[in-house]
Design a protein around this ligand. Structure first.
Ligand code: FES
Length: 110
């Protein structure tokens, strides 16, 4: 029986990290932190609230709407957390409305 690998996801400029299995979206893994304000919108790439930037690491991506992720975004690893699954440990920056759930990152980058 195959064992699902879990990876460590770290949010840059904060002390926050969480585990995420390869079979789960990064947004889903993040939601398990139980933090107030993590937007669990459509969870399928339609609303754009969960936009993040992957600073380091490998991930698998599902199709994302061009309304929320441009070609330039995609080239710069700016993606929707609900549409990616980790293939290694990741470092991410929260950049969409989701960043309201992580005031530590905003404070550290100002
Ligand atoms: S939750 Fe809607 S795009 Fe990710």
């Amino acid at each position: 029986m195959a064992v699902t690998q879990r990876h460590r996801i770290a949010i840059v400029d904060t002390d926050i990290e969480f585990p995420c299995p390869e079979t789960m979206s990064v947004l889903h893994g993040m939601a398990q932190l139980g933090r107030k304000g993590i937007p669990l919108g459509c969870r399928s790439g339609g609303c754009g609230v969960c936009k993040i930037e992957v600073v380091a690491g490998d991930y698998e991506r599902a199709k994302m709407s061009r309304a929320h992720v441009s070609i330039e975004d995609e080239a710069a690893d700016r993606v929707l957390a609900c549409c990616i699954r980790p293939k290694s440990a990741l470092e991410i920056r929260v950049i969409g409305k989701i960043n309201r759930a992580f005031p530590e990152q905003i404070k550290n980058t100002i």
